[in-house]
Design a protein around this ligand. Structure first.
Ligand SMILES: C[S@@+](CC[C@H](N)C(=O)[O-])C[C@H]1O[C@@H](n2cnc3c(N)ncnc32)[C@H](O)[C@@H]1O
Length: 92
């Protein structure tokens, strides 16, 4: 990737165009790791951690959430207080 392409990543229009190609049913990409890849890490450091269990009702901030399914997976495990932030209007 060129530095010009790198710069494009910092503009919402780039991501609007990127996500416009999604079929809306499946995530376009899990950029870092899938939920399955992270589940053991979450279990050790999050799901079973003092003050962070679903019954503790922690507030979770998902920055640059894109169309990741991780917020949905967390919600299905009882984490209902989540805020997803992304500047691509595709997610509105
Ligand atoms: C590489 S994707 C990652 C998406 C998601 N976290 C995942 O793992 O599938 C980067 C996301 O960050 C968003 N983004 C990039 N810069 C941002 C900014 N300054 N403010 C808000 N969102 C931003 C983009 O719209 C895009 O959805």
């Amino acid at each position: 990737m060129t530095s010009e392409n790198d710069m494009a990543l910092s503009h919402a229009e780039y991501w609007d165009e990127y996500y416009s190609k999604s079929d809306g049913a499946a995530p376009t990409h899990e950029w870092f790791r899938s939920f399955g890849d992270l589940e053991q890490f979450f279990r050790t450091n999050f799901f079973d951690a003092d003050g962070l269990t679903p019954s503790d009702k922690p507030l979770i901030l998902n920055l640059d959430s894109g169309d990741s399914v991780i917020p949905v997976e967390l919600a299905s495990r009882g984490y209902q207080r989540q805020l997803c932030v992304d500047f691509s209007r595709w997610h509105l």
